[in-house]
Design a binder for this molecule. Structure first.
Ligand code: ADP
Ligand code: NI
Length: 235
C-alpha cells in the first residue's frame, strides 16, 4: 500500500523537529519522541497497527488547542495543512483528522471520547509522559510558560465538567495534579500502560507529600489535598 511507507514517517519526523523547535512548555520534540517510543512499546504488546500508532503519536500535539486561538476545531484544520502534500491515503488521513483531536484530556468530569485501539495507545502513552518525574517537570514548565503560579493556598481544586472551562482555567500547577495528573492512572485503556503508570503515579504522590510537608509542616495539609484517596503508599 502506498501509504505504508517509512518515507512518510521520516518526512513527518523532520517537520515535527522544526515545528516544536524552541518549545519551553513541555511539548517539545522530545515529548513527541517519548510518546512515539512508549506507544510503539504498548502497540507491540496490544497487537495494534504499528504504522498507524507511530503516525498518530508523531502528530498528536500538532494543532493542540493550547497553542493557538482557533478553538476546538482548529486542530483538524492545522493537521490537514501540515499533511496536505504528503499523499497519505484518504481513509487514513480522515481517521487522523477525526481521532487526534479526541486524544487530549478535556476536564476531570468530561466523558472521554471513544477511540480506535491505535489512538487509545497514543492517548495512554501521552498520559504516561504526563506523570512520573518527567510529568512533574512538564507540569511546572507548562505552568511557567502560561504564567500560572506554582501553588496558591487560596485557590480551590476545580473538577471541570466541560472542555471550554478546562481550557480557560488558570489553575496553579500543584492544583493541576488534582485536576488531571492523579486521575490518569485509572483512565488508561491498555493493561501494559496501566502497569507502566503505577510507579509514576506513586512518584507524583511522593512529590506532593514532600511539597506539602515543606509548605505546611507535618500535620497541616489542607483537606482538599488529601492524598490517601489516590492510593498513597508511604515509602
Ligand atoms: P493533553 O493533550 O492530554 O493535555 P499534552 O501532551 O498536551 O496532553 O500534555 C499536557 C501537559 O501540559 C502535561 O504535562 C500537563 O502537566 C501540562 N498542563 C496542562 N495544563 C496545565 C495546567 N493548567 N497547569 C500545569 N500544567 C498543565
Ligand atoms: Ni502530548
Amino acid at each position: 500500500m502506498i501509504y505504508k511507507s517509512s518515507s512518510i514517517i521520516s518526512t513527518i519526523e523532520l517537520r515535527i523537529e522544526k515545528f516544536f523547535e524552541g518549545d519551553s512548555s513541555g511539548h517539545d520534540y522530545h515529548h513527541v519522541n517519548r510518546v512515539r517510543c512508549l506507544a510503539l512499546q504498548l502497540a507491540k504488546k496490544e497487537n495494534a497497527d504499528l504504522f498507524v500508532v507511530e503516525l498518530i503519536a508523531l502528530l498528536h500535539d500538532i494543532g493542540d488547542w493550547k497553542f493557538h486561538d482557533r478553538g476546538l476545531n482548529g486542530q483538524a484544520e492545522i493537521l490537514a495543512e501540515f499533511l496536505k502534500d504528503l499523499n497519505i491515503e484518504k481513509s487514513l488521513l480522515k481517521r487522523i483528522l477525526i481521532e487526534i483531536p479526541k486524544i487530549g484530556f478535556k476536564g476531570a468530569e468530561v466523558k472521554e471520547e471513544d477511540l480506535s485501539l491505535e489512538a487509545q495507545i497514543v492517548r495512554d502513552a501521552d498520559r504516561i509522559d504526563a506523570i512520573g518525574a518527567i510529568g512533574i517537570a512538564r507540569c511546572f514548565a507548562y505552568g511557567g510558560h502560561k504564567g500560572m503560579p506554582i501553588y496558591d493556598p487560596n485557590v480551590a481544586i476545580a473538577m471541570h465538567n466541560n472542555a471550554m472551562e478546562y481550557h480557560s482555567a488558570k489553575s496553579p500547577s500543584i492544583h493541576h495534579f488534582f485536576e488531571k495528573l492523579l486521575l490518569l492512572k485509572d483512565r488508561l485503556h491498555t493493561k501494559s500502560g496501566q502497569q507502566l503508570a503505577e510507579d509514576r503515579h506513586q512518584f507524583l504522590l511522593d512529590f506532593l507529600l514532600q511539597f506539602f510537608r515543606e509548605w505546611y509542616g507535618e500535620d497541616e495539609i489542607p483537606k482538599q489535598f488529601n492524598l490517601n484517596r489516590f492510593e498513597l503508599k508511604e515509602r
